[in-house]
Design a protein around this ligand. Sequence first.
Ligand SMILES: Nc1ncnc2c1ncn2[C@@H]1O[C@H](COP(=O)(O)OP(=O)(O)OP(=O)(O)O)[C@@H](O)[C@H]1O
Length: 257
Amino acid sequence: MLLHVRDLAFGYGGRIVGSGVSFDLAAGEVLCLIGPNGGGKTTLFKTLLGLLPARGGRIVLGGTDLSRLSRSAIARMVAAVPQAHAAFFPFTVREVVVMGRASRIGPFAAPGPSDAAAAEKALDALGIGHLADTVYTEISGGERQLALIARALSGEPRLLIMDEPTASLDFGNQARVLGQIRRLAQAGIAVLFSTHDPGHALLCADRLVALHGGRLVADGPSAATVTPALLRLIYGIDVVVAPVPGLAAPVCVPVVD
Ligand SMILES: Nc1ncnc2c1ncn2[C@@H]1O[C@H](COP(=O)(O)OP(=O)(O)OP(=O)(O)O)[C@@H](O)[C@H]1O
């Protein structure tokens, strides 16, 4: 098991945001995390990345307790993909992607040929090789999100953690990012991502976990776990989850009063 989380408590200072959280994630598996605004998804991710100390329980990454791994050892195994953000410095897309090699380049060394090759491979995998020499500040939000995924991928991580990777993307770019998530898993990478659209779990995640009231209230195969009852509990609304002829996954639509 690549990531093993047991009875985890997490939070800030004196405040525990979540507790009793347990789940596993294997190589090549996609796990989707849902939960309401302020439910603790980002806090959980920060804890899994070693940016916040666990307040209880255990996180085991690649067979070693996270608390015994150095920052650089964690960075070589896990890459985080932030939401596409505005950039202030005019780096090219290639330069942004090479930055994902930081954990594999010595402290005073410059990127070498193997770093350039890994960056090219990541650009190709995301289908954005044609943007390599374009300035990052001059590409669209969707292209930035793909560039940030390529940056994470260039570090050759075993686990990708993506906090709302489809937020602020148009319909087409959402579908492209979800498709890329599936392809990364097919290449053996484990992916943990959060979303506010439970339909995304049905489209591209093998499993779903749901945080509510600081606890995991669901953990199972997406198709069996995304139910109207769970979505009512989490979001407080009625949701129709219905199969559509010709589609592999059911669709998930909120009932609007
Ligand atoms: N730096 C911080 N210090 C103290 N409390 C924080 C901090 N960041 C977030 N919180 C609080 O922790 C709780 C969980 O926040 P978190 O950002 O993890 O939720 P989330 O599920 O990612 O929310 P959203 O879906 O709105 O992004 C919230 O009550 C939030 O106000």
